[in-house]
Design a protein around this ligand. Sequence first.
Ligand SMILES: [Zn+2]
Length: 64
Amino acid sequence: MPKTYRCAFCGKSFPQGTGLMYVKNDGTIYWFCSSKCRKSLLKLRRDARKFKWTVYHGREEKRE
Ligand SMILES: [Zn+2]
């Protein structure tokens, strides 16, 4: 089984070697399945819950 990562924006998983890695200055690592997702989160600061093509679409924030 190849290792898979979960996209930080759309939430879909993708196999190691196909995505994009981004490391923030504070050391946080983000994985993205595509440059579309990378741009959406880092440049456009989009909310994934507002986009139909993410697994978070329509989800409420979790309340503990
Ligand atoms: Zn993605």
